[in-house]
Design a protein around this ligand. Structure first.
Ligand SMILES: *[C@@H]1O[C@H](CO)[C@@H](O)[C@H](O)[C@H]1NC(C)=O
Ligand SMILES: *[C@@H]1O[C@H](CO)[C@@H](O)[C@H](O)[C@H]1NC(C)=O
Ligand SMILES: *[C@@H]1O[C@H](CO)[C@@H](O)[C@H](O)[C@H]1NC(C)=O
Ligand SMILES: *[C@@H]1O[C@H](CO)[C@@H](O)[C@H](O)[C@H]1NC(C)=O
Ligand SMILES: *[C@@H]1O[C@H](CO)[C@@H](O)[C@H](O)[C@H]1NC(C)=O
Ligand SMILES: *[C@@H]1O[C@H](CO)[C@@H](O)[C@H](O)[C@H]1NC(C)=O
Ligand SMILES: *[C@@H]1O[C@H](CO)[C@@H](O)[C@H](O)[C@H]1NC(C)=O
Ligand SMILES: *[C@@H]1O[C@H](CO)[C@@H](O)[C@H](O)[C@H]1NC(C)=O
Ligand SMILES: *[C@@H]1O[C@H](CO)[C@@H](O)[C@H](O)[C@H]1NC(C)=O
Length: 406
């Protein structure tokens, strides 16, 4: 038990307190969908066989709702007859806000979409893919039974060899070639992290720490949550969480260089570049490999009456964002009709004028995501992120020492 003492000494030396973060966004309950934009159009990034609906259409079609338990439901259309050559309706939501280095993203779900052709994800993205980076926190396809976690970035970002993580690395090059979308993936090895097993087990929680010292993802099933998460605390301490499922330390991927402030994304696509890739589809859904002119994934699931999609829904208790003490939350769109803002945004004095008072709910019209706003946000976020990151450095180095020493 030398490590805590070593840590205290280290922390005293760098003058940093703990790996503590405070809640700044709480997307949950009846306000869950405030603060998200609905991508309206076909899946033009992963070639899935879906049309993502506007908020008005998705709400009218009951693809998004909040259930009587106060949980958000996001689903694939399972009631419409889809003729051959047409796509099926689904949902993709993206936060108005960009969150810089010095953030922790938490995703608490009771049910994940799964089934042949189904490809859900909770992930984050910076601007100008892959320039601003991407963090895939929860992702699975078809009848897979475990989650996979992946970074995508420009060439030069690698996962360090032998990272201290529970999961199993399946690829270390986060760029995997400039034109490949494979990225550096870690496969979850704990049970029940996706599919029927996850759903039958009461779901679970992911947390992703986006830090100057690295990117770290934890997964817990509902009976294994750390105290600060199970108690719904407004402050969390990542140094108490133990070994993460996936770790990409900055030693082989300079996070400040490869990752810009991130937006959070929840979506469900069908088939496409991953679930519909014939070899991957066949792994868990069987059937013939098909041929280049027809996708078995599409033919067997997407078209016709949609009975393949009764389990293709998220039930989400909360998505939350925590910020490092001393770091400033970044609001790309200060009048976003956002979720409850729990801390004043003092980062800017920006042209978009954020700075809602603590505890208030910001209101007003959207107009989010103009190029100017986003560029401004990105610049500010990098600075805020570096400051926050430096403040966090001691604590995270300390946590890394603990993992190594245990
Ligand atoms: C988040 O909001 C929900 C209601 O939407 C509330 O029950 C919960 O306590 C809040 N969480 C925290 C950590 O404040
Ligand atoms: C996808 O469509 C959106 C909205 O039409 C557009 O802004 C975006 O640039 C497109 N992305 C790609 C990769 O084509
Ligand atoms: C969205 O709703 C409008 C108004 O009801 C309707 O005209 C339109 O066809 C819908 N679009 C989709 C993609 O469902
Ligand atoms: C990636 O694609 C671009 C444009 O198609 C091409 O110019 C570039 O050489 C490609 N890079 C690699 C590493 O294949
Ligand atoms: C829940 O997680 C704990 C800790 O990883 C593990 O020991 C336990 O087997 C898991 N339970 C289930 C049902 O997956
Ligand atoms: C990491 O990237 C940042 C931003 O580009 C740069 O300022 C810093 O010097 C880099 N650190 C290392 C160790 O290369
Ligand atoms: C591809 O599969 C489709 C559907 O099974 C079939 O109609 C078509 O003839 C096949 N094409 C070739 C070149 O085998
Ligand atoms: C839906 O389609 C499947 C196969 O195409 C068929 O077996 C089933 O009876 C249909 N269900 C309804 C409610 O039409
Ligand atoms: C669609 O799926 C839901 C469960 O997600 C189920 O309750 C409903 O009956 C399904 N609709 C049809 C038409 O099968």
């Amino acid at each position: 038990m030398r490590s805590p003492i070593l840590c205290s000494v280290l922390l005293a030396a760098v003058g940093s307190a703990t790996a503590q973060y405070s809640l700044i966004r709480n997307y949950s309950g009846s306000n869950f969908f405030e603060g998200w934009d609905f991508f309206d159009g076909f899946d033009n990034t992963t070639n899935g066989d879906v049309n993502y609906l506007s908020q008005a259409n998705a709400t009218a079609d009951n693809l998004v709702s909040v259930n009587s338990a106060g949980h958000a439901i996001i689903r694939v259309d399972n009631t419409t007859f889809v003729p051959f050559n047409f796509k099926r309706n689904s949902v993709k939501v993206i936060t108005h806000d960009f969150f810089p280095i010095g953030s922790v993203f938490l995703f608490d779900a009771l049910h994940l979409p799964f089934g042949c052709s189904v490809w859900p994800s909770f992930w984050t993205m910076g601007q100008n893919w892959p320039h601003g980076g991407e963090i895939d926190i929860m992702e699975g396809v078809n009848q897979a039974t475990s989650d996979q976690m992946t970074l995508h970035a420009n060439p030069g970002c690698m996962q360090a060899p032998n990272p201290v993580q529970l999961g199993k690395t399946s690829g270390a090059d986060c760029s995997a070639g400039a034109n490949s979308s494979v990225g550096c993936t870690v496969l979850e090895t704990q049970p029940n992290s996706f599919g029927q097993g996850f759903n039958d087990n009461g779901g679970g929680v992911w947390a992703a720490q986006f830090d100057v010292s690295g990117i770290f993802v934890w997964f817990w099933n509902r009976s294994a949550l750390p105290g600060d998460i199970s108690s719904g605390s407004k402050t969390i301490d990542t140094s108490t969480w133990g070994t993460p499922s996936a770790a990409w330390p900055s030693s082989s991927c300079n996070i400040s260089e490869f990752f810009a402030p991130q937006q959070l994304v929840i979506d469900i696509t069908l088939c496409g570049d991953f679930a519909g890739q014939p070899n991957i589809y066949q792994e868990t859904c069987g059937g013939p490999l098909g041929n280049s002119s027809v996708s078995i994934c599409y033919i067997d699931n997407v078209i016709n009456n949609g009975t393949a999609y009764n389990d293709a829904f998220f039930e989400i208790r909360a998505v939350q964002v925590f910020a490092a003490s001393g770091s400033t939350p970044l609001v790309a769109d200060g009048v976003s009709g956002s979720s409850t803002i729990l801390a004043p945004d003092t980062s800017t004095g920006s042209a978009t004028g954020s700075g809602s008072p603590a505890g208030s709910t910001s209101g007003g019209a959207g107009g989010s995501g103009s190029t100017t706003e986003q560029n401004a946000a990105e610049g500010m976020g990098v600075q805020a992120g570096v400051r926050a990151g430096l403040a966090m450095w001691g604590a995270t180095v300390c946590a890394a020492f603990i993992w190594v020493l245990l």
